[in-house]
Ligand binder design. Structure first.
Ligand code: SF4
Ligand code: SF4
Length: 67
């Protein structure tokens, strides 16, 4: 099981994204992407991620799940 972001529900707003600030291994970040309707997306580095599940509980948009 690893975290998966439902992009359709994610605000992709790095300034207010708790997982970016709180991930214990800094695996969550924001990337600009002109192909996205809102200009960017939140991404999870699968190499760094320890699958602790914290981001699932602190995502304010409830868009991250373990699958
Ligand atoms: S808190 Fe959740 S919904 Fe908000 S930007 Fe971060 S991943 Fe997306
Ligand atoms: S599951 Fe844990 S380690 Fe992985 S991105 Fe979420 S908070 Fe970070």
């Amino acid at each position: 099981m690893k975290p998966w972001i439902d992009k359709a529900r994610c605000a992709a707003e790095p300034k207010i994204c708790p997982p970016i600030k709180e991930c214990p291994v800094q695996a969550v970040s924001y990337v600009e992407d002109d192909d996205e309707p809102i200009g960017g997306r939140i991404v999870i580095d699968e190499v760094r991620c320890t699958c602790c599940g914290l981001c699932v509980s602190i995502c304010c948009g409830h868009c991250i799940e373990m699958k």
